[in-house]
Design a protein around this ligand. Sequence first.
Ligand code: SF4
Length: 421
Amino acid sequence: MPKYHIWTIGCQMNKAESERLGSCFEELGYHLTDDAGEADLIVLNSCVVRQSAESRVINKLQALKALKKTKPDTVLALTGCLVNSEIDQLKKSYPHVDHFFKPGDSPPWLERADSEITLPQQPSPAVFVPIIQGCDNFCSYCIVPYRRGRERSRAVSEITGEVRELVCRGAREVTLLGQNVDSYGHDLPGRPDLADLLAGLNDIDGLARIRFLTNHPKDMSPRLIEAVAGLDKVCEMISLPVQSGSNEILKAMRRDYTVEQYRELINLIRRKIPGVALSTDVIVGFPAESDSQFRQTADLLSEIKFDTVHVAAYSPRTGTLAEREFEDNIPPPEKKERLNIIEQLQEKIAAEINTRLLGKTVEILVEGKTRGKWQGRTRTDKLVFFSDSNNHQGQMVKIRVNKTSPWALQGKIETTENQEE
Ligand code: SF4
């Protein structure tokens, strides 16, 4: 029985694409293995969004050189954002890799007769569904538009058909993915938007929850906010990367909004969607970011109080505008210091937000078990753990929260769906 191994790093888009590749290989008779050493087929799904991610991919590629020497018949393929238009150059650098294919493309050696996407036979209760590939924004620091190309939306009918099928096979929650989901549909006939897509998905029987990632503050429309507020299956959570609390830095980043506009958008979201959970992304140590500009970012986070903040230290990416035009002049220890300050600040804020849930009952969709405990998420994306000897996989259960931390909640099961009926 041939075996496959997929190594994935990076964003949810990569994870979703790896899942699909896995389904494709299973359909062809391959079995999954966690051990690259025993695989007949190895796929590395790469990320280059930060230098640290790219270095890990390169280390992995080097490590697999030895394996390829001892097992030359193993097929090794590279996909993800390291695969750019210069495939010939990649072939020269990594001659031990058999195939290179761009993110979102089908593996070239498969030559499937149909171009249909393979869906998992037994999807997990919460699945990712890409709805738009690429990005047209060209934020000055970001490599994604150069690697994933211009925006390409999938047709509404294709996405709804796919979600229907996933629900038939057991999925109950979908997260719609795109680098910028707010651009969804502008390249399709009739120009449907994300609000239209959400309305269509909301009608699917058996589907319980819908989420979407990631929004761009300059593109998020009031119509979308109304859709989230009005559609019962769309969860009260918005991911809205701010990146910096300084207007000068936002300008250098080419984000095309100001802190004031961002704040207004957050106010509108909070007014229209009561109880909404907010998450954001922040970059610290952008070229020439002064102490006071960094402080403005920290102050904005203290003011808005996001449920989740993903923080990264700036690293120049070859080929981007920021790399060409700005000197990477914040010393690494200073970047680290700023990163730690944001992490500690957010830890306190998240602890406060989560403590308010102590003693409350929350509903979660159980996604599986980790270290002997069931785990699932609330509509507001809070991770919840509980222990119980019964099988709750894929069930909606109610949990009385008896312990909180900045990162997760724990509790006791109160009711399951069947008990409620
Ligand atoms: S919106 Fe900006 S940060 Fe996001 S993928 Fe596009 S270019 Fe990159």
